[in-house]
Design a protein around this ligand. Sequence first.
Ligand code: GUN
Ligand code: ZN
Length: 445
Amino acid sequence: MTKRLIRARLLTFLSEPRAPDDHASYRYEEDGGLLVEEGTIRACGSHAEVAPAAGEAEVIDHRPHLLLPGFIDAHAHFPQMQVIASYGAELLDWLNTYTFPAESEFGDKAHAARIARCFVDELLRHGTTTAAVYCTVHPQSAEALFAEVYSRELCIIAGKIMMDRNAPPGLTDTARSSYDDTKALVAKWHGQGRLHYAITPRFAVTSTPEQMEMARALVAEHPELHLQTHLSENDAEIAFARALYPAAPDYTGIYEQYGLLGAKSLFGHCIHLSEREADALSAAGAVAVFCPTSNLFLGSGLFDYQRYRKREKPLRIATATDVGGGTNYSMLRTMDEGYKVIALKGEKLNPLASFWQITRGNAEALSLAARIGTLEPGSDADFVVLNARATPAMKLRMERAQTLGEELFILQTLGDDRAVAETYVAGKAARPSEWQTAGQTTATF
Ligand code: GUN
Ligand code: ZN
């Protein structure tokens, strides 16, 4: 097995940074060495410490770039690659006008396979090595994504959407078929390589009470699995969900009624939660997923990150792109917009906390911190190598940067895929060198 010694400036977080000068929360090596073998980090330290154990290892020198654990995207829709950048609608119109028509094509295996390949390419070009992904209602879409990800050795959480109402014919399953298809996909893919299955009822609006009962049964039968869904994103969506489930005390209460709140439950958006709802999520250890570019683009609202973190019963929070409601695959762009959303709420998110969030913070929120999100020996060897001088504007700005925090903030504010010098998956360089359009047809307008 190939052994690699990777030399770079190294940054890994030990705990959530509480302030811009919380130096105890991270480990930084100016001349660092990372020894990698069989997809695993064997040693992490200064180059001088690690090099003697490297023996005949292949040496890769990324200096002066900065190496961090690979970015983690806690919520994205791979079938929405051709929905991203669709003009002029709020959530429910956007779903009906753009998203459902695009998702209808994923019964076609070849189309699903092509978009799955493009999606993984985009993740890796942007330095993202793990994502929690929604497929469409078609089991073929999940088959396509899992097959692609398995062959490329990524750690992914994904599931087929369960959706049996309020969507066009051809894009719905039934309560029974959603249960059966989910069971079959779990049996085939969960635990293969680094794949994790997520039970995925799209949201309360598109599931009947019978389907919610099936989701309850799946969670009860598979407590080891994640569950992902949407919650409290948009005023019209909230009113619709509440009208469909009048017995529930509020939107969160719908999922609660069906036993869907738990420590592996990931709730996309959570913008308009009452204190009762936040308490219920907190008590269950459930995760609120902040999707800033999506929330701004769809005009959904401003997620109150610091209110949720600092309340007496804090919420677990992850951050995510929500492609294609979200407008960029980059977790750097995501945190830049996140910073602005938090600023509009009168708070700031310091750059250390921001990079903690998209590495170790998201790994903890996804209950995967034992394997990813850090450079600790024993972790999976997934990293991103960042160049803070990747563009002329970044280079000029970096002339005045004096601290690691400033460098991180420049990367977040000005950076995107151009700042990703390399992405490693299971110890191997994996960033696609160019965009492969996989059978692109010509435009016809
Ligand atoms: N709510 C239900 N489905 C979706 C979706 O695909 N995107 C977003 N942003 N919200 C949703
Ligand atoms: Zn979503």
